[in-house]
Design a protein around this ligand. Structure first.
Ligand SMILES: Nc1ncnc2c1ncn2[C@@H]1O[C@H](COP(=O)(O)OP(=O)(O)OP(=O)(O)O)[C@@H](O)[C@H]1O
Ligand SMILES: [Mg+2]
Length: 259
């Protein structure tokens, strides 16, 4: 019979993750697209993580769910906010983290934490797509660039074009006019990445940022954003090997700690 395991589920607006934890280590994880049905996504990502880890559903002791779709998880023991989970997960991976930047599909957040990984403060942008992964997805489509290559291409330009529109819809038409004017895709991309990074940086300045910074969420896979943030903050930033599972990791750690 399997030993008991703890599950963290992060049901985001774009991706859903399940992570399985034993008393000793991370057993497995899965990342899938959330799609239109968060309830189904929660079941599917759990199923995939169980099969990857070679563990049975019966060995699950507790499930902590997070992310905007956490209410749709029927088999959870408890719900915890993304703020707490990203802080906990980042602190586990990089114990000296005192600031977490989570850039997901529909919102971005900056969180400060103490030496034990407890949240001390946070700021969040969830009112507008600018400064989120969704903005990058819209621009990738407008410029006909692959999402996973856009950051790398942005870094190829020496200088970014200044993008004046603050709104995703207006920025998209601005980008289309810039292409028509004959500007290089790389320069436009660089300008777009710099504008998102500046938004995040301005948000972070509302908090007392100190100690190490860790970045989580899917946009951490975009080198263009990470490099622009490093230069604005004037310091290195910790990047997890798999930034999309940080929330699910935090949730699983909290499930293990619950009594
Ligand atoms: N391979 C990749 N390269 C570059 N960017 C990526 C890659 N994979 C995902 N992204 C970016 O990550 C975003 C999704 O991030 P994430 O999976 O953390 O979102 P989410 O948790 O579902 O959203 P939210 O937390 O806002 O509900 C996408 O919009 C995209 O911009
Ligand atoms: Mg998320």
């Amino acid at each position: 019979m399997d030993k008991g395991i703890y599950v963290g589920l992060d049901i985001g607006s774009i991706s859903s993750e399940a992570l399985l934890l034993s008393d000793e280590r991370i057993l497995s994880y899965s990342i899938i697209a959330t799609g239109p049905n968060p309830h189904r996504a929660s079941r599917e990502c759990l199923k995939e993580a169980l099969s990857k880890g070679g563990v049975s559903e019966e060995s699950i002791l507790r499930v902590v769910a997070t992310g905007y779709g956490r209410i749709s998880v029927p088999f959870k023991t408890r719900e915890v906010t993304e703020i707490t989970c990203h802080a906990r997960g980042s602190h586990f991976l990089f114990p000296r983290t005192r600031t977490v930047i989570d850039i997901g599909g529909q919102d971005s957040k900056v969180i400060t934490l103490d030496e034990r990984g407890k949240v001390t403060d946070f700021v969040m942008n969830d009112k507008c797509a600018a400064g989120t992964g969704r903005f990058l997805e819209v621009m990738a489509r407008a410029l006909e660039v692959e999402l996973s290559k856009m950051g790398e291409r942005a870094l190829k330009a020496k200088k970014g074009v200044s993008i004046t529109s603050m709104c995703t819809v207006f920025a998209e038409s601005e980008v289309i006019s810039l292409i028509a004017e004959g500007l290089e895709v790389e320069e436009i991309l660089r300008g777009l990445h710099e504008s998102i990074a500046r938004r995040i940086f301005r948000m972070a300045r509302r908090l007392r940022v100190r100690g190490e910074i860790t970045i989580s969420g899917g946009v951490a896979k975009n080198e263009g954003i990470v490099e622009a943030l490093k230069s604005l903050f004037g310091m290195e930033i910790n990047i997890p090997n798999e930034p999309q599972i940080v929330g699910a990791l935090g949730a699983a750690l909290l499930a293990r700690e619950m009594s």
